[in-house]
Write a protein that binds this ligand. Sequence first.
Ligand SMILES: [Cu+2]
Length: 303
Amino acid sequence: MLPGLLNQTGRVDNVFFFIVAVSVVILSIVTFTMIFFLIRFNRKRNPVAKDIEGSLPLEIIWITVPTILVMAMFYYGWAGFRIMRNPPEDAMPVKVSARMWAWTFTYENGLNSDELRVPLGKPVKLIITSEDVLHSLFIPAFRVKEDAVPGMETYLWFLPDSAGEYDLFCTEYCGVGHHSMISKVIVMPQEEYAAWFAKKETPVAGGRDALKLMEKKGCLVCHTTDGAKAVGPSFKGIFGKKETVITGGKERTVVVDKEYLRKSILSPGEDVVKGYPPVMPPQEGLLSDEEIEIIINHIKGLK
Ligand SMILES: [Cu+2]
């Protein structure tokens, strides 16, 4: 735990409840006064209109009280915001990369994963960027949210103070696959985390199950396995097929083999299948050789 600091969740909730409470009190006063005036100054009771002069004490009250309340809201919001923008020095850095439509988390030792794993009770600083369009990272359980902007690094930090799994997702509409940018924050006891971190080797996503792997890596957002046309060509029956591709603006024909698939995964912009938009981000560094092998073998079998 951080000495002297209430955790982020508690701080954000306190400001939120303070604002809600003040709003409820003001709403009640306004509503009550409105109803009271309706009855008290009803035309039946007051057939002749009266000219009511202003009241200095009342005016002083309705200027000072709301000013104090609004300044208090500002103060609590600002004090919390300052802490949110200043990560503790010992915060564990994790690089986050957003792309259409998946997240990649890279740890200090080069390990990467598509779920965010963090040790319990240690502050975490996420350094966020995007490889393509604007995304936004949101972890509701820890009350943090920050935009992912291409060509720029943004950050947020939080203190994972209870073990478990929490939702993490993209909260900025980023295209047809936006819904699949949902992942998890896994808060692990420190020893368990240390053991996972020490492995250094990124385990194959989905435990060698090709479909799970392709789902985790976001492939299936744009490619189907049943022959249906989507953002990209379907995987079904593609292996061994002759395809017309656009290479450097010129059309040519290629036979889809292992080499072509590998190249299309690592640098998809080079030979784009005719009739499809050149939108796939390069997967260089995001998939291991073993994972590429598993995917290609699976595609091969989709006759
Ligand atoms: Cu997104």
